[in-house]
Design a protein around this ligand. Structure first.
Ligand code: ADP
Length: 555
């Protein structure tokens, strides 16, 4: 505006009203549509310079053509926006002069000007161009258009100020084009930012933006706010470190991982990795993060998209547990098959061969031998009966048919009875020393359940100890509880078997030929639990074992 003002001050042609008119036009740059503004500039130039036709042409095809965009005709005051294309093929001389030097064509006599001779003939003759003043529109050093002043009739001398005025009009056109382009770019940028924000805001993926210089969050979508458990204002006060544990599961420090990945993102990478996030309540949330840089003005920013892996981790865990269960079930089935077949086949074999002998050689057998064979049959049958009984008890427990019904009992008498029963079950293999250490009166319990517990523990103590050794059975009262200890000096339970010894069909590796089902301890444990008690053991392999049972028998 200053430049034009200066330019117009010294111009005899540009009377005051034109300069004012130009001033108002200049104010319209960037406000009114470009096409309208160019039309007004063409009109102003035609009027100021008193030229019949002033037109604006845009350069096309890398300078091989030019298209008329707009024309003003002074005599009828009309604008014409009909497009007209001139090509270098049709007007080679004119085009080559246009691309020479500054592209300015000042021709006082078009008829004799060799540069314009093509306009005097054929299709262009009717234009009656007498003099021509073409001023180039340059942008960034490139010819992008021409403003063409066509004087009709005879020759016309173009004064320096005419040329100056025309050139200034072209400069304003160039500037108006530039401003419109920038406005377009800004508009596109704004639209793209709006689009980005819209997408980001409504994205179900928690997404945050971190300012690399301050290390603080500068933006976060709705999903991120609910993921982080804070509102937008509070999010901006924090950095990613405030929502991270000291260390990540792989042992790396969270700070180290954040810094390395930001660096990687800043050089164009898009690092993504598993991440443990700490929400505002201090809960650890498994996540997966993906970083990339955000093309954003002056200070670099990183955009972080977070995938909450809680559900994924949960289902992975469920699948792993299901597989584990399946594996355990298979193992259980294998143990069941091997124990049941062994525990039936062996006694059945014994029974069969004893019966064979008795049937075929009864008369020839000594009385003692006969008795021996009958005893074999008896204990083999008993062995099978025990297994059947155990399986049935567990079956009843599983369907809830094994119940705990406490009634007043005389605990020492019941204990003595159970010792006798286990003694006869193990054919008096060991001596059981019973000690009642204090007053046990007033106990309430369910005798059948006590039987399942202690016949199993006492029989085991005898089964896994040397014949004739002593098994200790100690009973005492401790407040509301009765404490029972069954100790033996037998083979003990190897350490590697101890953790799983209460599992079904689980037998230790050192049992050798001693028969068993691996169900007794499981039944004992179930019955203890039905009392609301506890069972445990201490065993030194090769030395001794003590099982301790605590039952709340004294109300
Ligand atoms: P089982 O019928 O095999 O004796 P249990 O469930 O009663 O089944 O016991 C499980 C396993 O625990 C036994 O096979 C044995 O390996 C071990 N065990 C139990 N009690 C004793 C004990 N007093 N001494 C050594 N090992 C024992």
């Amino acid at each position: 505006m200053v430049m034009l003002g200066h330019c117009l001050t010294g111009m005899s042609l540009a009377s005051r009203p034109y300069s004012e008119h130009l001033d108002t036009l200049i104010e319209k740059i960037g406000v009114v549509p470009l096409e309208q503004l160019i039309g007004d500039l063409l009109k102003t130039s035609a009027t100021a310079l008193n030229v019949e036709r002033v037109s604006f042409w845009s350069i096309q095809d890398d300078g091989a053509a030019m298209r008329r965009e707009h024309q003003y005709t002074l005599s009828n005051g009309e604008f014409d926006t009909k497009s007209l294309l001139l090509t270098s093929a049709a007007l080679p001389i004119y085009f080559s002069s246009l691309h020479e030097g500054m592209s300015l064509i000042v021709s006082p006599d078009a008829k004799s000007d060799p540069r314009l001779q093509e306009f005097q003939q054929g299709d262009f003759g009717y234009l009656q161009i007498g003099a021509m003043l073409d001023t180039p529109v340059h942008r960034q050093g490139r010819l992008v258009g021409v403003i063409c002043h066509e004087h009709v009739g005879g020759p016309r001398e173009w004064g320096a100020r005419d040329v100056d005025f025309a050139r200034h009009v072209t400069q304003w056109v160039a500037m108006a084009m530039e401003i419109e382009d920038r406005q377009k770019v800004n508009e596109e940028l704004r639209e793209s930012e709006e689009r980005f924000h819209l997408v980001m805001e409504h994205s179900p993926t928690p997404t945050v933006v971190v300012d690399v210089q301050t290390g603080l969050f500068v933006d976060g979508n709705a999903s991120a706010l609910s993921f982080f458990g804070v509102d937008r204002a509070r999010l901006m006060e924090h950095s990613p470190m405030d929502f991270s544990p000291e260390l990540q599961p792989d042992g790396r420090s969270s700070r180290d991982l954040i810094e390395t990945s930001i660096k990687e993102a800043l050089v164009g990478g898009s690092p993504s990795f598993e991440w443990i996030h700490l929400n505002i309540h201090g809960d650890e949330i498994p996540a997966y993060v993906h970083l990339s840089t955000l093309p954003h003005g002056d200070s670099p920013k990183v955009i972080v998209a977070i995938t909450d892996r809680t559900e994924q981790v949960r289902s992975e865990r469920t699948i792993r547990r299901a597989l584990e269960n399946e594996r355990e079930l298979n193992e259980l089935r294998t143990r069941f098959t091997s124990i049941v077949s062994h525990e039936f086949r062996t006694p059945l074999g014994i029974i069969m061969s004893a019966i064979e002998l008795l049937r075929n050689y009864f008369d020839r057998l000594e009385i003692d031998r006969r008795k021996e064979l009958f005893d074999d049959i008896h204990s083999a049958t008993r062995r099978m009966g025990v297994l059947m009984e155990q399986v049935l008890v567990l079956g009843r427990a599983d369907v809830g048919k094994l119940t705990y019904t406490p009634v007043p009992i005389d605990l020492p008498t019941v204990c003595e009875k159970l010792v006798d029963e286990s003694q006869s079950a193990t054919v008096m293999r060991c001596v059981v020393d019973v000690h009642f250490e204090n007053d046990l009166s007033g106990a309430m319990s369910d005798e059948p359940l006590l039987r399942h517990i202690f016949t199993n523990l006492l029989s085991n103590a005898a089964k896994y100890s040397p014949e004739g050794s002593i098994v200790e059975f100690r009973v005492r009262r401790d407040g509301h509880d009765a404490i029972f200890e069954v100790s033996d000096c037998g083979i003990g339970i190897p350490e590697e078997d101890q953790p799983r010894i209460f599992e079904p069909f689980q037998r230790a590796g050192n049992v050798g030929e001693v028969s068993g089902s691996g169900l007794g301890l499981l039944i004992a444990k179930r019955c203890v639990e039905m009392h609301g008690g506890q069972i445990g053991f201490v065993s030194i392999p090769g030395e001794r074992t003590t099982f301790t049972v605590r039952l709340p028998l004294f109300p």
